[in-house]
Write a protein that binds this ligand. Structure first.
Ligand code: ADP
Length: 270
């Protein structure tokens, strides 16, 4: 697949030789089509907030005599501008990740530390949403990778869990090392995701329920970023969910060999 095999007779050498011409046009065409899709999707997604900002500018202009209305429109304009900034940031992040198969900055990372910090950083959102959140499981779990990218990935999963959770529910973050693999699960008691859409939620800009997603915010790129970060680290992300029974996203990453023995020693001591 992706190559042409040609049998040739090369006179001076005699006999039959096999010439394999690697044809990477299929790959090239596929990448080009994906890039075109991405540009089309991005343009479409940017149009909404950009259009809203210019409509609000017009509204402010025509409500100049009404300070209350001006303040209200300005507030909405600020919200749209923030949304735009978030979208642009995610687009840049995703295109950076798509351009590479390797982890650029690698170091030994304690995932427990990353997760605790990610949970701390979402404390305000959890409070706003009236959702409880906690981290449990192993006290250390070391992987090799880029701490900033790993933080981005887990922040996205935790943010989603909080944003899609009804008030009064709990989000659980669990970490476990076993047989050379570190598993992190983020579980919520939200609406869940229908089975036939579970693969699609990792696609760029795919949303299960457009109306609901719009009201909960988000760019539609979060899970796509998670998938790229995890695969760049040699891992995988899976989803278990049933409508009405919440969702669990599980990330599995190879344990850092250097630290594996240290973890066992630390856990034996604690
Ligand atoms: P968004 O920014 O819209 O949340 P994501 O790529 O992070 O984009 O997620 C894609 C879609 O998957 C969301 O729009 C939502 O429909 C669904 N989704 C993601 N996480 C959850 C979750 N924890 N519970 C229910 N639905 C979710």
């Amino acid at each position: 697949q992706g190559s042409i095999v040609v049998h040739v007779r090369v006179a001076p050498l005699g006999g039959e030789h096999t010439l394999v011409i690697a044809d990477d046009r299929t790959e090239f065409t596929r990448t080009a089509a994906m890039r075109n899709d991405f540009v089309a999707n991005v343009s479409h997604e940017l149009k909404t907030p950009v259009g809203a900002v210019s409509l609000l500018a017009e509204a402010i202009d025509s409500a100049a005599d009404d300070p209350v209305a001006v303040r209200r429109f300005a507030g909405r304009m600020d919200k749209e501008a923030r949304r735009l900034a978030e979208l642009v940031q995610d687009i840049i992040e995703l295109s950076r990740l798509q351009g590479t198969d390797v982890v650029l900055k690698g170091t030994v990372v304690d995932l427990r530390e990353i997760l605790s910090e990610a949970v701390d950083r979402t404390a305000l959102l959890a409070q706003e949403r009236g959702v409880k959140i906690g981290v449990g499981g192993d006290t250390h779990a070391f992987v090799f990778g880029d701490p900033d990218l790993l933080m981005t990935a887990f922040r996205n999963l935790i943010d989603n869990a909080l944003r899609y959770s009804p008030e009064g529910t709990t989000v659980g973050v669990g970490i476990r090392e076993r047989d050379g693999l570190v598993s992190v699960s983020v579980t919520d008691q939200g609406p869940g995701i229908p089975v036939d859409e579970q693969e699609r939620v990792f696609e760029r800009f795919y949303r299960v329920d457009t109306a609901r997603s719009r009201s909960t915010g988000g760019t539609g790129l979060g899970l796509s970023i998670v998938k790229h970060v995890v695969s760049n680290h040699g891992g995988e992300v899976t989803l278990w969910s049933q409508p009405g029974q919440g969702s669990t996203f599980t990330v599995r990453l190879p344990e850092s060999e250097e630290q594996g023995e240290r973890v066992d020693a630390l856990q034996a001591r604690s």
